[in-house]
Design a protein. Structure first.
Length: 74
């Protein structure tokens, strides 16, 4: 099954956080996860899934489309 998320989703998220001055600890707290867990997604230790992409998008109030290979209707 092809991946729903872009290969570079972690880099996209990391860049977004830097550009908007958002701390990783803030995002981790908004997502009810530990900062080390979030770091796992950012460094590739944990797989950046569509479910995680939607969680990030919800926490940051942004469109998940920046992480997805194409647009999906919900």
């Amino acid at each position: 099954m092809p991946s729903l998320t872009k290969e570079n989703s972690a880099q996209i998220l990391d860049q977004y956080l830097k550009e908007h001055g958002i701390k990783k600890s803030y995002l981790a707290k908004k997502m009810n996860m530990s900062p080390s867990n979030l770091t796992g997604y950012l460094n590739g230790t944990l797989r950046f899934t569509a479910e995680f992409a939607f969680g990030v998008a919800d926490a940051l109030n942004i469109s998940p489309s920046i992480f997805l290979n194409k647009s999906y209707k919900i």
